[in-house]
Design a protein around this ligand. Structure first.
Ligand SMILES: Nc1ncnc2c1ncn2[C@@H]1O[C@H](COP(=O)(O)OP(=O)(O)OP(=O)(O)O)[C@@H](O)[C@H]1O
Ligand SMILES: [Mg+2]
Ligand SMILES: [Mg+2]
Length: 547
């Protein structure tokens, strides 16, 4: 009875409460269940149910600037160079050497700041961040701690959610700052000889550190934000964004709290170099902290390394001391050419307006444009933009064929991208050019070949790169069969040998006609003109032509 249920309601746990309602529903009449829900004294219980702990995520992202030379020296930047072959005296920190700022790196940071709607500081400063590490010969890193080059930006990212993962969910994370800084060298640990080898090729390479506010709540969001940032940087050309080569490295700061309460203590998972692993590491860390708090423990402010197996702790970081870098003057950027002081060469100065003018189309704008211009599905616009060169390919095909964009997108994503992925190839390596694919689609569109034959021709074109669609159709005699007499005879054969199907159609099951059409196509290896075949079969099975 209802009194019993109300007594049980003293359980403060919403899950237990739901269980009781569920049991009540199963063991009592429906009306009883509704009676319970309409009980006014139950509402406060639902509202006062304890809030769940949720994850809070703030990312620091180190993006290697796409530049031929390092941030403060003229040494080249090349990932594959032999160890210690790209090291200048300054990179090795020999006494008496001085930093010379690389303008290309400043331009890249300003461009990235503009693309992320940051305020560009007209004056920024360089600082020394001291810590001891074998791959940091100077004993400090030159960074921008007091006044970075760009502040207060946003990154809007999307991911596919909902039941079918086809609903576009759009979120925004605030960017606290973008700072210019040097990369360190690389330590290579040789466990067999118990040695650590140092490669200084990376020492002094220009980095942009993007510091995000703790606005995200789970691994999926963080992964989507990093993926979007990667696409933006690649579109700008300011960073190649290859995570496996360390061009984009993520530190994930993770804490848990109850919404509305102050943020919890953060643990930092450092140097994550894959988007998938980032999502897993964050979700693991959130769950680890929830488990600790639920057992009555406290979360430690610690650094957790991302190398496998995850969960290897590093000792607490020694205190870091900052001091202004005495060898570099304040970095000044100018709004436009008009604001340049006399005597300063416009080519030598960093001018924000000049960089703003050459900002390329950003991925989110590109996706919206593709959906609006071509009427394709949002999820298809994601696939197109995610694959380097695929948008250009798609648009190049559309320029040549009369086939509609919604049909073309199917070919580009299913056939072309499917084949490329299978063979681990990039779009630029495709053996079928956009104009060659367009020619094939045109043959289908103008009724020269059927859609199933078009698929067959695609396979042939892929294998015999260089042959045109028309050549293959002619060589293999794949043209559409439109000879009415020939089709009549094939249809008659199919009708005669499938009396059950014909009866089913005569009794009103019109769908069975498709089966007969399939059998005719089988006979003709997919070459029969489908419009003619349908008409002939309808006639032979005594259906009216409007069916
Ligand atoms: N309670 C919190 N939970 C999760 N993330 C947090 C929390 N507090 C701060 N963060 C995130 O931690 C990061 C702090 O980065 P910041 O570069 O300012 O400091 P740092 O980690 O001490 O420095 P660095 O690692 O560069 O030496 C930011 O991305 C911020 O969003
Ligand atoms: Mg930082
Ligand atoms: Mg940090």
């Amino acid at each position: 009875d209802s009194n019993t249920v109300i007594k049980w309601c003293i359980f403060p746990d919403l899950f237990v409460f739901n269980q009781i309602i569920y049991t009540a529903k199963r063991t009592h009449s429906r009306s009883f269940f509704y009676l319970v829900l309409s009980e006014p004294r139950l509402a406060p219980l639902c509202l006062s149910a304890p809030q769940q702990l949720v994850g809070v995520v703030g990312l620091e992202i180190h993006a290697q600037i796409n530049s031929n030379t390092k941030l403060f020296s003229g040494s080249s930047v090349r990932f594959t160079a032999p160890p210690n072959s790209l090291v200048s005296f300054f990179d090795a920190s020999l006494p008496g050497t001085l930093p010379v700022l690389n303008k290309r790196c400043v331009d890249a940071a300003v461009m990235t700041g503009l693309a992320l709607s940051c305020t560009i500081n007209r004056m920024s400063l360089f600082d020394r961040k001291h810590y001891f590490y074998a791959d940091l010969p100077a004993g400090y890193q030159i960074t921008q701690q007091r006044r970075p080059i760009a502040v207060d930006g946003t990154l809007t990212y999307c991911f596919l959610g909902g039941k079918k993962r086809s609903q576009v969910i759009r979120k925004t994370v605030n960017i606290k700052q973008i700072q210019l800084e040097q990369d360190s060298g690389k330590s290579l640990h040789d466990d067999l000889r118990s040695q650590t080898l140092i490669d200084l090729n990376r020492a002094g390479v220009g980095l942009m550190e993007l510091v995000m506010e703790p606005d995200m709540s789970c691994g999926e969001e963080a992964a989507a934000a990093v993926r979007e940032l990667q696409l933006i940087l690649q579109a700008l050309g300011t960073c190649q964004g290859n995570m496996s080569e360390g061009q984009l490295r993520v530190d994930a700061n993770v804490s848990v709290h109850k919404p509305g309460e102050p943020l919890g203590i953060r643990a930092e998972v450092k140097n994550i170099n894959s988007v998938r692993y980032l999502a897993r590491a964050i979700d693991y860390e959130i769950q680890r902290q929830i488990d600790i708090l639920q057992r009555g423990g406290t979360v430690q402010n610690e650094t957790r390394h991302s190398s496998l197996p995850y969960l290897f702790l590093s000792p607490a970081r020694p205190p870091i001391r900052f001091m202004p870098e005495p060898n570099l003057p304040p970095l000044i950027v100018y709004e436009d050419n008009a604001s340049l002081p006399t005597g300063i060469d416009a080519c030598q100065a960093v001018v924000v307006e000049t960089i703003r003018k050459v900002l390329p189309e950003l991925p989110s704008v590109k996706r919206d444009r593709l959906v609006q211009t071509y009427g394709i599905l949002p999820e298809h616009s994601f696939t197109l933009v995610n694959e380097d060169g695929l948008v250009d390919y798609f648009e190049a095909v559309l320029k040549v064929t009369k086939m509609g964009p919604r049909k073309v997108i199917g070919w580009v994503i299913k056939e072309l991208l499917g084949h490329l992925k299978q063979q681990d190839m990039s779009v630029s390596q495709s053996p079928i050019s956009p104009s060659a694919l367009a020619e094939l689609l045109e043959l289908q569109e103008t009724g020269h070949i059927s859609s199933s034959v078009a698929g067959q021709v695609f396979q042939e074109m892929w294998k015999s790169s260089g042959k045109t669609a028309l050549q293959i159709v002619q060589e293999l005699d794949l043209g559409l069969v439109s000879d009415t007499a020939q089709l009549h005879s094939i249809c008659q054969k199919v009708v005669d040998s499938n009396p059950d199907e014909v009866n089913a159609i005569r009794n009103g099951n019109k769908k069975v006609l498709n089966k007969l059409m399939g059998l005719v196509q089988k006979e003709t290896k997919g070459r029969a003109d489908p419009v003619l075949v349908r008409a002939i079969l309808q006639e032979k099975t005594l259906l009216k032509s409007d069916c």
